[in-house]
Each structure stands twice: as structure tokens, then as C-alpha cells.
Design a protein around this ligand. Structure first.
Ligand code: ATP
Ligand code: ATP
Ligand code: MG
Ligand code: MG
Ligand code: MG
Ligand code: MG
Ligand code: MG
Length: 260
């Protein structure tokens, strides 16, 4: 290292391309499970929503936020999670490959380590893998539209999948279920669920309908114990999972620190 002999080779370093993300922009890193249609099948995930698997995703995302404190907010659904870094973060010099690879590996390592706590009695039979990408958004409105896009996607997918699996569980083939739903609107799907299957969409769990948003909330946490065994409690910003609307203004007005 640093020796004369090494300098002959050092030029190869120049082949590394700069991938610094634009300054002053919001950075969103979205990760997504590789082949989770098959992976969820292989592990007998309940359809359309296996709560155990969603809770595992949420816990992994919380751990990522515990590890990387520059993450302001995360939003997750299905096999994906988006992490939002502050506009002016200097984490790893804003280098895209560093940020993406660290978040992906932190998430994946936690997914493996915490699997058995959530999917008790279901052995992990395949290696979970996640892809990742980084996107920059210059305006606050771009960031809000991005998150609205993901949450709207959660709703559309959940409504479709709830209908699809209700039809399949009632004896239709997947092809028939698909044909029944093709080109139908929200109102039709709600009626189908209610009239056909006695399911009131509005009563489904918020986690399924809205996905998961994680923000840091002030909370009292035990930081250590005194010699006499009594807890030392401090106020800390703790990543907290919520299943709430992030499309309307209310969420942003009640959490002004997020865009500040
Ligand atoms: P790719 O590698 O391109 O992402 P994929 O099969 O993962 O392929 P996605 O569009 O990411 O495709 O879809 C994720 C799949 O995982 C969906 O089919 C969804 O039903 C399934 N899935 C993910 N999480 C759950 C869950 N908690 N419960 C049931 N199914 C789930
Ligand atoms: P960074 O996050 O910037 O990569 P780092 O501490 O990982 O910081 P590296 O330059 O990657 O820095 O160095 C790797 C370190 O890990 C070295 O200090 C090395 O001694 C230690 N290390 C890695 N593998 C082994 C090993 N098999 N046995 C002993 N030490 C190891
Ligand atoms: Mg090294
Ligand atoms: Mg994908
Ligand atoms: Mg996927
Ligand atoms: Mg996905
Ligand atoms: Mg290293």
C-alpha cells in the first residue's frame, strides 16, 4: 500500500466513475425483493397479504433507520421499501453506489437474521435478495408526489389482489379471476368484494391498505441500567412504524420536521 511498486497499478483507480448524487436534492433509495412472486409462494405466504412477512419488512426497515441516521422517512409495501435521505445529507459523500449497496445489504442481512422471529416454523428455503436504486428529487413536491405514487400503488394493488384472491378462493381459476377484473373500476371492485364475498374493503387492516411509513418520533427509551438495577431513561428519536395516509396534507402538516 502506497509503495513504489504499487504506483504502476494505481491508474486503474481512474476507471471508477463518479456517481455523486446531485447536491441539494432529496435522495430516495428504493429496494425491491428479487422474484418475490416465487419467493412468497415457496414460503407459503398468505395471499394477498401475509402480515408476518410485512412485519418482517417493517422491522428490517426500522433497523436500517437505526443504522443510518440520515434517513428521514421510509415507506414500504409488499416486497419494497423506499428510504428518504435529507436534502443536504453528506452520507458517504452522496455516492449512489455506496448508499444503495449499504442500504440493500443492511436490509437483506436483517431480513435473514430476523426471518425466524416472524415466520416461525417456516424454514428459509431460498436466499432473499433485494435490488436497489437511487433517485434524486429537486423539489419538495417531487418527493411528496413520489411517496403519493407509491402509496397509491399500494392501494391499487391491494384492492386488485384482494378481489383476485377472493375469486380464486371461491373456485375460479386465476385466468377467470383475471378476466373478471380486467378493466374494472374501484367502485366495481368494492361492490364485488361486498356483495360477492361480504368483505368491506374499508375494514381491512390499515397496514394492507396504506402500507407502512416510518418516521422518527420522540419517545422515552431505556439507555442503560444503574448499579442498583434501576433504568436510565432518555428521550430519543425512535423509528416508529405508522399505517397512515401520506398523500394528503395532514401528515406533512403534523410532521413539519420531515421537509424542513
Ligand atoms: P422482481 O424481481 O421483478 O421484483 P417480483 O416477483 O418480486 O419480481 P414484484 O412486482 O416485486 O415482483 O411483486 C412482489 C410479489 O411478492 C407480489 O407477487 C406479491 O404478491 C408478493 N409478496 C410480497 N410480499 C408479500 C406478502 N407480505 N404477502 C403476500 N405476498 C407478498
Ligand atoms: P470502510 O467502511 O471505509 O471500508 P473499513 O474499516 O472496512 O472501513 P477497509 O479499508 O475496508 O476499512 O479495511 C478492512 C479492515 O478489516 C482492515 O482493517 C482489516 O484488517 C480488517 N479485516 C478484513 N478482513 C479481515 C480478516 N480476514 N482478518 C483480519 N482482519 C480483517
Ligand atoms: Mg476493504
Ligand atoms: Mg422489481
Ligand atoms: Mg420484487
Ligand atoms: Mg415489488
Ligand atoms: Mg471496508
Amino acid at each position: 500500500r502506497g509503495s513504489m511498486a504499487n504506483s504502476k497499478y494505481e491508474y486503474v483507480k481512474q476507471y471508477e466513475l463518479d456517481d455523486t448524487l446531485l447536491p441539494g436534492c432529496w435522495i430516495v433509495i428504493r429496494i425491491d425483493g428479487k422474484g418475490f412472486t416465487k419467493f412468497s409462494d415457496l414460503h407459503g405466504f398468505e395471499k394477498p397479504n401475509d402480515k408476518r412477512a410485512l412485519d418482517l419488512m417493517d422491522e428490517c426497515a426500522r433497523e436500517v433507520m437505526n443504522e443510518f441516521t440520515d434517513i428521514r422517512l421510509a415507506y414500504g409495501e409488499s416486497d419494497e421499501y423506499s428510504f428518504v435521505l435529507g436534502r443536504n445529507t453528506d452520507m458517504y459523500g452522496r455516492r449512489a453506489s455506496k448508499l444503495v449497496s449499504l442500504l440493500v445489504s443492511c436490509f437483506t442481512a436483517n431480513y435473514v437474521a430476523r426471518w425466524s422471529a416472524h415466520l416461525i416454523d417456516t424454514p428459509l428455503r431460498a436466499m432473499p435478495m433485494f435490488d436497489g436504486r437511487a433517485v434524486c428529487y429537486p423539489l419538495d413536491s417531487n418527493l411528496r408526489d413520489y411517496l403519493a405514487w407509491r402509496q397509491a400503488d399500494t392501494h391499487i394493488n391491494n384492492q386488485y389482489n384482494t378481489c383476485f384472491w377472493a375469486l380464486v378462493n371461491s373456485g375460479k381459476t386465476p385466468a377467470e379471476a383475471q378476466a373478471t377484473l380486467k378493466g374494472t373500476q374501484t367502485a366495481f371492485k368494492n361492490e364485488l368484494l361486498f356483495q360477492g364475498f361480504g368483505i368491506n374493503y374499508a375494514h381491512l387492516p390499515e397496514q394492507f391498505k396504506k402500507g407502512s411509513v416510518i418516521i422518527r418520533r420522540r419517545a422515552l427509551v431505556e439507555v442503560k441500567r444503574r448499579d442498583d438495577g434501576s433504568p436510565v431513561v432518555r428521550e430519543r428519536a425512535v423509528p416508529t412504524v405508522l399505517h397512515v395516509d401520506i398523500i394528503r396534507d395532514e401528515f406533512w402538516e403534523s410532521n413539519p420536521q420531515l421537509l424542513a
